[in-house]
Ligand binder design. Structure first.
Ligand SMILES: NC(=O)c1ccc[n+]([C@@H]2O[C@H](COP(=O)([O-])OP(=O)(O)OC[C@H]3O[C@@H](n4cnc5c(N)ncnc54)[C@H](OP(=O)(O)O)[C@@H]3O)[C@@H](O)[C@H]2O)c1
Length: 290
């Protein structure tokens, strides 16, 4: 058997073949040559040599591919791309592009291993995102927008491009049901309570609704308000913070959490630092704390 050095393209193909699997040996695409061995507990080891970037890619993404827990819990990853001074957009909401090319590709890769990608109404309105996988191979996740007041314009891509189903969570009382399939196009899901309320809905409810649709690998892509509410509720298993070498000096904050007096009360998750090229990734693991 001839050794084949894994580069990032090959490593990414292996990641896609690892989704929802454990305790298996992944083969090089189109061959039966063993490349990576996954054990049942999240550890893995390389059978073929790999470049440093390919190893980084595997170490970031293989944990996201693990099968869901059998207790019915969802797995939730959040992300924010921020400047050195912790801003995700200017005061006028402009965030394109804080992160560089490699950071954006990273974002698309997280989408590709998720069942659903969530954004808040602020992001959906301001950025008019597509939330599809375009910079890498893999399937599009179901798109979810938290839009209690239906303030995201109907003409935005999420509601018109037909590239992937969109769930629009709006005001109303949720009626629990088992959805066998998600219809193409846009499905409105009343579940966010009273339209006149300005209180955020407990994000646990949002996860329960998505689980009823069979969506349990959840990617909370932004913005700061939405990611912070999942973080504050202790619902994030992982958080990817991509830091760009840029100082904005004012603007929208990445994280807004209740005030604390002592640093002992600050969140200090286990962290892996990876140089993505254009951005520095902080891969934060909160799973041990749940
Ligand atoms: N750099 C990055 O990684 C990144 C990523 C995404 C977005 N952005 C930028 O961030 C800005 C938007 O972020 P943002 O923090 O202002 O807003 P956001 O998180 O996108 O949206 C917040 C809004 O979503 C709805 N929402 C979210 N969670 C909710 C809950 N639990 N219950 C009920 N409603 C909920 C509410 O809408 P209502 O107010 O209508 O009730 C809330 O005001 C934009 O400028 C965008 O460009 C940057």
């Amino acid at each position: 058997m001839v050794a084949r050095t894994l580069d990032t393209d090959l490593a990414w193909e292996l990641v896609l073949s690892a989704v929802d699997r454990s305790n298996v040996t992944l083969a090089l695409p189109g061959t039966d040559t063993a490349a990576v061995k996954l054990n049942g507990h999240g550890a893995w080891h390389l059978i073929q040599p790999a470049t440093g970037e390919a190893k980084d890619l595997l170490s970031i993404f293989l944990p996201l591919c693990r099968p869901l827990p059998s207790d019915g819990r969802s797995k939730v990853i959040g992300q924010l791309g921020q400047s050195l001074d912790g801003r995700i957009a200017t005061v006028t909401g402009r965030s394109r592009f804080i992160n560089g090319d490699d950071g954006i590709t990273h974002l698309h890769r997280i989408r590709a291993v998720s069942d659903a990608v969530i954004v808040g109404a602020g992001t959906a309105s301001t950025d008019n995102p597509r939330l599809t996988v375009r910079r890498t191979s893999g399937r599009n996740p179901v798109r979810v927008v938290i839009d209690r007041h239906r303030r995201v314009p109907d003409s935005h891509f999420l509601f018109t491009d037909g590239e992937a189903p969109t769930l629009r969570l709006v005001a109303g009382t949720y009626e629990k049901q088992d959805h066998t399939a998600i219809a193409p196009g846009v499905t409105e899901v009343p579940c966010l309570g009273d339209e006149s309320s300005s209180e955020p809905v407990d994000p646990r409810l949002i996860l329960e609704v998505l689980a009823d649709f069979g969506l349990r690998k959840i990617f909370v892509e932004g913005g700061g308000v939405t990611v912070s509410s999942f973080l504050n509720a202790g619902l994030l298993d992982r958080l990817h913070v991509m830091v760009a070498p840029m100082i904005i000096g004012s603007g929208r904050p990445a994280f807004s959490l209740p005030e604390i007096d002592f640093l002992d009360d600050a969140l200090r998750p286990r962290a892996q630092l990876v140089n993505l090229g254009s951005d520095m990734l902080f891969d934060l693991d909160f799973s041990g704390k749940q």
